[in-house]
Structures are given as C-alpha cells and as structure tokens.
Design a protein around this ligand. Structure first.
Ligand code: HEM
Length: 232
C-alpha cells in the first residue's frame, strides 16, 4: 500500500506547486492497484488494459442498475447486458488465468490468492479445502502458553498473564464466524451458580482419579466427588 502510494506521490512531486489535479481520478487507479496487488500480486489499475476496461464496464453497469429502477431484466439480450456479460467473462478469464498460473508455480506471494490455495504450516503441506481441527485439550495445556499446564492454576487468568499469551491459546467457546452464541450466557450462568454455591457452602475435592470421557463434549466419566460443608 505504502509503495503504491509512494509511486503516486513521486509523480506529484514533479508537478509545479499549485497545479490542480483530480483527486477522485487519482484515487480510483491507486485503490484498484492496491486491491489487485493484495489479492493477486497483479497490477490491474491500468485503465487501458483489458482488465481495466472490463472492470469499468462492470462498475458502470452496477451504477446504472442501482440508480435507474426499474431496468431491463438481466436475461434480455440488450447491448448493455451483452457488454456486461462480456466484461464478466473477461474478468473471469483473467482471474482463472492468474489462479492457474499460480497453481503451476505455487509461490507464496503473501496475497489473498496464496491464502486460498494450498498452504504450508511449519513444513506440513495443507491442500486447498482441507479441514483442520485444532484440539482445545492440547492447546489449553500447551507448555508454550501455560505455566504448570496440568495444574488448576486460576492465576493463569490474571489480566497480566492473559496479555502475555496469544489470543487463541484459550478458546473454550471456539472462535471466528461460528463462535458459540451462548458464550455470554454460559459465563454469566457459571458466575451466578458459583457465587450462589460458595456464599453458603465450601466444597472440598475428594482425592480421586478423574477419568475423562471425550464424547461430544469433554466430561468426567465417573463424576467428580466433592465434600460439601455449610458455611457458618
Ligand atoms: C460452558 C458452556 C459452553 C461452552 C464451553 C461452549 C462451547 C462451544 C463451542 C466450542 C462451540 C463451537 C464454536 C466453533 O465452531 O468455533 C459452540 C457452538 C455453539 N454453542 Fe456453545 N458452549 C457453551 C454453552 C452454550 C450455551 C449455553 C448455548 C445456548 C444458549 C450454546 C449455543 C451454541 C450454539 C448455537 C453453537 C453453534 C454456533 C454456530 O455454529 O454458529 N452454547 N459452543
């Protein structure tokens, strides 16, 4: 982004002071150039290029559709619709050409396309479309992120400790688009239940071997025995 903007500014540097420029005209190719480089490592900003022309046709078509209601249906073979279809075909051809070339020469250009195609994580080849499961049990006990990972250690959740860990070292409710919708509910529920119990009782863990039952959720196989003491 910076180098694209810098190239534009270098052109401006050569202009005499006070020269009038059309800033809107200048920003369009700049942002298009940045988008093309970020997505495909390809400069698509040249207005005279096939890509530039097809892009402008598509852009004009969408503006026309948004600003003139109602318009002819998409299936009608009007000159405008045909021009639009041709532009979409041109853009598709160009994008698929970029994808095919990248597949033949799989370099990681750190652009969006590289993220969408095959990947490599720490030397492991990950084919495009793979499903990756991240095991909470392991991450939540990983010595790289936790002091005394096998021990019940509430201090691990002090803000000063939390700030030292990567954000997703602890993700009991998942993360991203499908994050648990009951997260706030469950946290509030746990707080209310625990506060209600501990206001009136003290619990003491009975020494025992707790066996895990990893089914749909992780549960203790034979329960967790505690002694209950009333608080006086
Ligand atoms: C301590 C309690 C809970 C834990 C640890 C928990 C954990 C999770 C996890 C790990 C996911 C999967 C997230 C992902 O795919 O990335 C999930 C999804 C979900 N949870 Fe929870 N959950 C809890 C309580 C609740 C409650 C109380 C509700 C309902 C009131 C709930 C409703 C859901 C729903 C509907 C989804 C699916 C969300 C989606 O796929 O868009 N959960 N939960």
């Amino acid at each position: 982004m910076l180098s694209c903007t810098e190239s534009l500014l270098q052109i401006w540097e050569k202009k005499p002071d006070g020269e009038v420029i059309d800033i809107a005209d200048a920003m369009m190719p700049l942002t298009l150039k940045i988008a093309g480089l970020t997505l495909f490592s390809t400069d698509i900003s040249d207005e005279e290029s096939v890509f530039g022309k097809a892009f402008r046709t598509g852009f004009e078509f969408i503006s026309y559709k948004m600003n003139n209601l109602p318009t002819e249906p998409m299936w009608a073979p009007t000159p405008r619709n045909l021009r639009f279809r041709q532009a979409v075909q041109t853009l598709d051809d160009l994008v698929f050409d970029i994808i095919n070339k990248r597949r033949q020469n799989p370099t990681n250009n750190h652009d969006l396309l590289s993220l969408l195609l095959d990947d490599e994580i720490k030397g492991y080849f990950i084919p495009k479309g793979s499903t990756i499961n991240i095991c909470q049990y392991i991450v939540h006990r990983h010595p790289e992120f936790w002091d005394n990972p096998e021990k019940f250690e509430p201090d691990n959740f002090l803000p000063s400790k939390v700030n030292q860990r990567p954000k997703f070292a602890y993700f009991p409710f998942g993360a991203g688009q499908r994050i648990c919708i009951g997260k706030s509910f469950a946290l509030m529920e746990a707080t209310i239940i625990l506060v209600s119990i501990f206001q009136r009782f003290r619990l003491e863990l009975v020494p025992q071997q707790i066996e895990l039952d990893p089914t749909f959720t992780l549960r203790p196989k034979n329960g967790v025995k505690v002694k209950v003491w009333k608080r006086s």
